[in-house]
Design a protein around this ligand. Sequence first.
Ligand SMILES: [Zn+2]
Ligand SMILES: [Zn+2]
Length: 380
Amino acid sequence: MSNLTSEKEVIELCERCSARVNLQYKLVEEKNCIYCCGIFSKIKDIAKEMVPKLREYNIKTIEVGCELKGSLREFEDYLNPQVSIKNEIKNEISKILEEFGFSDVRRRKVIPDAVININAENLNYNIRITPIYLYGRYIKRIRNIPQTRWVCSACKGKGCQICGFTGKKYQMSVEEYIGIPIMNVTKCENFILHGAGREDVDTRMLGKGRPFILEIVNPKIRNLNLKELEKAVNEFSKGKVYIKLFGFAEPKHVSELKTGKYKKIYRAVVEFERPVKKEELEEALKNLSYKEINQFTPERVEHRRAKLLRKRRTYKIELLLYRERKAVIKIEADSGLYIKELVSGDKGRTKPSLSEILNNPSRVVKLDVVDVLGGLKEFE
Ligand SMILES: [Zn+2]
Ligand SMILES: [Zn+2]
């Protein structure tokens, strides 16, 4: 620290800063203070500057953070003050904002509507509006809708002849059926659907639906009524996608939802290459029930995911409907088990499989998820 002050020099501090250190100093005006450089006289204006943006987003609660690095940090280490300038800046900003009606959530352990971060060095700041998270379940009643927005791979979203200049491979997704009407209500800038797993584009999601969290990014309306949002979505999608909302979630729930393991129940329409006897099929399904299945990443998804060996369990598998070359079966399985491959065997990549046990090539022609078990306990 000898480069900051030589031993004979007396450091120049303002009244405010000098009160917090235990060193010899010379009293100077704030703007000449070597520690705060007159920050506090500027802070009021900076805090006032934040007000219109906070009001635009209907913010009620805030949290203020302050970054202290570079020379200020070094200087603080040297001065070793009773109260850090960082805390003083934070307090000053929140005091001013409270005068404008915002409430600082500090020490209240609640998530604020917005987080303000200021850099003590240059007084640049940013305001991060906290997203709103909604927890619910969705039902997808028709096929050929992806779960999330799907960009056209030919033009990467720019728009081309292949996608009819929409930039999308599928015109609508579950995410958009839910997000667009909610965007209209909340005046948000974006929305992100986080699902508890996902079904294939051509698979319906029925039963009680799949748990999801919708992240609403930069909403201008924060005071929301879940019943009204549900209604807006269900009217907008005209029955294609149906949602039920259970409550407001927090960021931690997103990771909980994404890492959670939920058993699924499927209903599959299966076709066999050669006619199969009913007893033989029943025996094969019994054989495939409650088994550990070894699955290498299916051929159809290998372009998206690395080739890995997965081990997943099947539970009860039963025959619902029998025709000689067709059957409807109900399968209960761990999340992440590829059902189409459980039936086809995927050229030996999935073992055991229905095709293998029957020694008769079989394939899923239609698939529905009829239930996703579990969900987040706090909400349902
Ligand atoms: Zn000072
Ligand atoms: Zn395109």
